[in-house]
Unconditional design. Structure first.
Length: 109
């Protein structure tokens, strides 16, 4: 299996998210706006992006099953593959974080 470049994938996910939500910049400032690139915010955003991709794939798949003429098979397959790849990448990041946490906790004091 090919190695996934996590930084590249996250940057693509952010770009897609920005394209889907053009009014996000006009949203009111919140506590998250103070540190937009904090680890917690990036993690929340990537989980949200993965969930959005999975929802879109599910909606397109359901539309295709209903026979919607606007949902063609290539669109459905691409959406499903994007959702699967993003979930796999998120799982790999989670596994790396768990391993790093375990390593830190097992360090002698």
């Amino acid at each position: 299996m090919a190695q996934i470049d996590i930084d590249s994938l996250l940057s693509q996910m952010r770009t897609l998210s920005a394209q889907l939500q053009p009014n996000a910049a006009a949203a009111p400032a919140s506590a998250d706006a103070q540190a937009p690139y904090s680890f917690g915010n990036l993690l929340k955003q990537s989980i949200s992006d993965v969930a959005q991709l999975q929802d879109k794939a599910q909606q397109l798949s359901a539309a295709f099953d209903r026979g919607d003429p606007n949902a063609n098979l290539p669109q459905v397959m691409l959406a499903v593959e994007k959702a699967q790849l993003s979930f796999q990448a998120m799982s790999q990041v989670r596994n790396k974080l768990v391993n790093a946490y375990t390593d830190i906790m097992n360090m002698p004091m």
